[in-house]
Design a protein around this ligand. Structure first.
Ligand code: FES
Ligand code: FES
Length: 247
């Protein structure tokens, strides 16, 4: 598969539609005029230097590219947080959403998110290629289910593969975030952390602020993007879909 080399395309779009994509990345607004519909979210993240999100298979099979997307449910306003495979997510399909990558929830030189801290503390990472995927999958799940049990957390990893650490240390780390975790019964081996460098951990899962996102009563915009060999339409109504089909 040949990879597109630029994020935007200079091809003309239809004036009935907006050609501006607006989304938020780790809390910062991103505006892109006429994004190329061939670009996947992983391409974009690496283009802007967010290399924490890895690409293992680029086919939706390994989970290394997992990030969290958040939005307000249309008409209701309830916050939705979902773990998605960024290698399958077109950049054009992010309008009005917040994307959170592993860089957006914690940093070693600042404070780690509990999901990042736990996987490291329990030796759940070796080459580290799968680690951001496990972290973001767990993080998104805990956003929606803060009272998750050990079993419920264990059950979410069907889409995350690890080729070198083995799953036991990963599960040992992640189960410490469960509401029924019993520290007194835990004999699993912990990592001996370098005493010359203190690594801090947040007290709870990083809160994702969706205040900047469009509120649920703001109607979605009709979007049209044109790139080499591909066009992207997002009609905002059923009438718009019918009219496109007719055209
Ligand atoms: Fe393997 Fe995305 S890179 S699922
Ligand atoms: Fe190497 Fe999981 S730590 S693939």
């Amino acid at each position: 598969m040949s990879k597109p080399t630029t994020i935007t395309s200079d091809q003309q779009t239809d004036t009935k539609y907006s050609n501006e994509l607006v989304f938020w990345l780790n809390g910062k607004r991103v505006d892109i005029i006429n994004p190329d519909p061939n670009i996947m979210l992983t391409d974009y993240l690496h283009e802007v230097g967010l290399t924490g999100t890895k690409v293992g298979c680029a086919q939706g099979g390994c989970g290394a590219c997992t990030v969290m997307i958040s939005y307000r449910r249309p008409g209701i306003g309830e916050s939705v947080h979902k773990a998605v495979n960024a290698c399958l997510r077109p950049l054009c399909a992010l309008d009005g959403m917040m994307v959170t990558t592993t860089e957006g929830i914690g940093r070693v030189h600042d404070e780690l998110d509990p999901t990042q801290y736990s996987i490291a503390k329990y030796n759940g990472t070796q080459c580290g290629f799968c680690t951001p995927g496990f972290v973001m999958n767990t993080h998104a799940y805990l956003q929606n289910n803060p009272e998750a049990t050990e079993q419920e957390i264990e059950d979410i990893y069907g889409g995350n593969l690890c080729r070198c650490t083995g799953y036991r240390p990963i599960l040992n780390g992640m189960r410490t975030l469960a509401c029924d975790y019993n520290a007194s019964k835990d004999c699993s081996q912990k990592c001996i952390i370098d005493p010359s460098f203190e690594i801090k951990c947040k007290e709870s899962i990083t809160e994702i602020n969706l205040d900047q996102l469009p509120t649920s009563d703001v109607p979605a915009r009709d979007l049209h993007f044109v790139g080499p060999g591909k066009e992207w339409f997002r009609p905002s109504s059923l009438e718009g879909v019918y009219s496109l089909k007719k055209e």
